[in-house]
Design a protein around this ligand. Structure first.
Ligand SMILES: Cc1cc2nc3c(=O)[nH]c(=O)nc-3n(C[C@H](O)[C@H](O)[C@H](O)COP(=O)(O)OP(=O)(O)OC[C@H]3O[C@@H](n4cnc5c(N)ncnc54)[C@H](O)[C@@H]3O)c2cc1C
Length: 359
């Protein structure tokens, strides 16, 4: 049985582990923090959970290919996880209300081409404020999932399927070699496997920079606010880079930012004010509501939002599945399938180069 070691226990690492288990592999995940906790999945725990790019018509075909089947996949996965683990990932088809200004022509023709139902509507019909009198666009089939709950459910499933989780274990940057037999931790312990996969998010560049893989990945911070309004929205709302996501249990997320501040995962008063003002402009009743929580996550930022899903250019048994930037949750299922096919040496049914950056 092939033993695959996955470095990084965020959504991309856990999804890759699930896929490998389903394909009969023995899997170990190495995570420097704790899987499915706020401190690990530095980006995955923090994410909003919209299973849709913002906005797909602004992205390349490659990004669209990787994100297209995300919602259908999570619909089925969350049912299966609930059945098998008892943990509800809070999948919901809550729909997506796109407020002006946006490129209406591009939006409508993308929706037509991709058979995504879309309807021109007045924002007032959804009890939200629109800054202009222009029409909004209602996409009723867009879905969300709750990342912390999804991660908890996946963790439980992985435990049930005998995946070894080496937590609080940090791997040291790798040196160039032809074949990888063991990878050393920062404490000098040597971990061995048949195949290795880097799913280390924003930290992937540092981990591999001494090797021939020159990844173009850097941390991009995103901050989010949490409310618990008296009367919540019923749908997700998006306006010019800002979104609000109502949760099934009455909470409401408002986010997020795209900040190039290195590995600083702090939160700032300035962003809190900026997000609060944007949220209140859409939903004036939030003016009297407290902000319950404020957090940030470090996305693995890449040019044009293209992840690297490929074999390492020179190290024979090392694979890369990293750099999913703003849509790692949405892309994780397709991305996990692609990298698994590469690891198992299968004739790929899909051309990986058409989906991702190949280093
Ligand atoms: C505010 C915010 C909102 C978002 N909203 C959405 C959304 O609505 N929809 C969507 O699709 N995506 C969203 N995203 C993006 C998505 O969350 C990320 O693309 C995704 O989480 C990336 O997952 P990952 O597993 O690659 O990285 P991470 O979750 O960062 O996981 C990488 C893991 O690797 C571990 N690691 C790193 N180095 C080492 C090492 N040397 N040894 C061992 N372990 C190591 C880290 O501790 C970490 O746990 C959002 C992100 C943020 C921050």
């Amino acid at each position: 049985m092939t033993h695959v070691m996955i470095i990084g226990g965020g959504i991309v690492g856990c999804m890759t582990a699930m896929e490998l288990v389903n394909r009969g592999c023995r899997v170990t995940i190495v995570e420097r923090n704790q899987i499915a906790s706020q401190t690990s999945g530095e980006s995955s725990w923090a994410g909003g959970g919209i299973i849709f790019p913002l906005l797909p018509w602004q992205y390349s075909e490659a990004v669209n290919n990787l994100t297209r089947d995300g919602a259908n996949f999570y619909r089925e996965l969350s049912q299966r996880l609930l059945l098998e683990t008892g943990v509800d990932a809070h999948f919901a088809q809550s729909g997506f209300l796109l407020l002006p200004a946006f490129d209406k022509h591009a939006a409508v023709s993308w929706c037509e081409k991709n058979q995504v139902p879309a309807q021109t509507v007045k924002a007032s019909a959804f009890k939200v404020q629109s800054l202009s009198g222009e029409d909004a666009l209602w996409l009723p089939t867009i879905c969300q999932v709750r990342p912390p709950y999804l991660m908890q459910a996946m963790r439980k499933w992985l435990e049930q399927h005998n995946v070894t989780m080496l937590e609080h274990t940090q791997l040291a940057p790798l040196q160039e070699t032809q074949q990888l037999n063991e990878w050393q931790t920062v404490n000098g312990e040597k971990l061995s496997a048949d195949q290795f996969v880097v799913t280390s998010g924003a930290w992937s560049f540092d981990l591999l920079k001494e090797t021939s893989a020159k990844l173009n990945i850097k941390p991009m911070r995103g901050q989010i606010l949490l409310y618990q309004p008296k009367h919540n929205l019923e749908q997700m709302v998006y306006r010019e880079g800002f979104y609000m996501i109502p949760r099934l249990d009455g909470y409401l997320l408002a986010g997020s930012t795209l900040e190039d501040v290195g590995f600083d995962n702090g939160i700032t008063e300035a962003v809190r004010d900026e997000l609060r003002i944007k949220a209140e402009a859409i939903m004036p009743e939030l003016k009297n509501q407290p902000i319950i929580k404020h957090w940030s996550g470090l996305r693995p930022g890449t040019p044009e939002n293209l992840p690297t899903i490929s074999a390492h250019p020179t190290i024979k048994n090392l694979f890369l599945n990293t750099g999913h930037f703003r849509y790692g949750l949405t892309m994780a299922p397709a991305s996990a399938k692609l990298v698994t096919a590469l690891i198992l040496g299968e004739e790929p049914r899909i051309d990986a180069t058409a989906y991702a950056y190949v280093c």
